[in-house]
Each structure stands twice: as structure tokens, then as C-alpha cells.
Design a binder for this molecule. Structure first.
Ligand SMILES: [Zn+2]
Length: 165
């Protein structure tokens, strides 16, 4: 948290937080709200060589969306490795407009109790203490490649993972 260098005396918006983290990583952090397939995580972090995508379910309540976004940003800040539940071929399927080589990792928001998930949740909630209230009806600038990604995601079948869905 100290290394993040968030301003002490100001409350950030989610957008300001994304710009801040993007500057630190040298890659913009892009929020993408979309309808995710049933049974999939409510949030995804897709890291490419040029951009970090944080995808979140648009049908969630705003307070829950905020929690999902902060959790994924927790993963980014902690530089977590990809979850084994989302393999590289999934990334290619999710991001057909990008070369598979560009996709560095894909991390979904699972409700597991792995150290990585607990750490992301903790860091996300710590950051959340520095973030102001979620504004109603935020408008996310969505890049064309993110629109293609959203369309592609909407066609996906739910993952066949045991114990979910
Ligand atoms: Zn997670």
C-alpha cells in the first residue's frame, strides 16, 4: 500500500485510481462493464502487453461492482500470476482481436480461499478505504477492442467447473 503512493489527504475516484495504477504499471487500466456468462466470475483481470483490462458484471449492484473492481485492482497491484482455472486458451477466446502472445495473464474473481484471492481481497479493501463513494450511472469509455471482447464473452458457455453455477 505504501508503494502505491496514493494521496493521503484526498479521496480518489475509481477512475483516478485506475489512472494512478496505470501510470505505476506503465499500462493503462481500462474498466469494462459487460454481461458475463452465467457461472463465470463476476470480475476478470486480463493483462496484455499494452493494457490492463478489468472486466466486471454490469448487472451487479453498484456497491458490488466497486468491490469486484477493487479486488481485481488488488490482483494487479500485487502482480499476481494467472489463475490455473483460466488457461491461456481462454484468453485467446476472450480476446480474439489481440494476438495471443500479447495476453500475459487472465485472472478471474473466484470465491476461493487461496492466499492469492485473500491477498487481492485484502488489498482491494484497503484501497477501497481511500476511494470515494461510487457515483450512480458511471459511463465507461469503451474502446473498440473491448467491445469486441464483450461480444465474444457474451457468447461463451459457462465454464464446466465442479461445485459452481
Ligand atoms: Zn481474485
Amino acid at each position: 500500500m505504501r508503494a502505491l503512493g496514493l494521496p493521503v489527504d484526498a479521496t480518489l475516484t475509481i477512475e483516478q485510481l485506475c489512472r494512478h495504477v496505470g501510470r505505476l504499471r506503465g499500462r493503462p487500466v481500462q474498466l469494462v462493464s459487460l454481461t458475463l456468462p452465467l457461472g463465470s466470475p463476476h470480475g476478470l483481470w486480463i493483462s496484455t502487453s499494452s493494457r490492463e483490462y478489468v472486466l466486471f458484471e454490469e448487472r451487479l449492484a453498484p456497491v458490488h461492482q466497486r468491490q469486484v473492481i477493487l479486488h481485481e485492482i488488488g490482483h494487479i497491484v500485487c502482480d499476481h500470476a494467472a489463475s490455473p482455472t483460466l488457461a491461456a486458451e481462454d484468453a485467446g477466446m476472450l480476446l480474439p482481436s489481440l494476438s495471443p502472445d500479447l495476453v500475459r495473464r487472465v485472472l478471474g474473481r473466484e470465491h476461493g480461499q487461496s492466499d492469492v484471492e485473500i491477498e487481492a481481497e485484502l488489498v482491494g479493501s484497503l484501497i477501497g478505504q481511500r476511494i470515494g463513494a461510487w457515483t450512480a450511472g458511471p459511463e465507461w469509455p469503451v474502446a473498440p477492442e473491448a467491445r469486441r471482447l464483450a461480444a465474444r464473452l457474451a457468447e461463451l458457455e459457462p465454464p464446466a467447473a465442479p461445485g459452481r453455477g
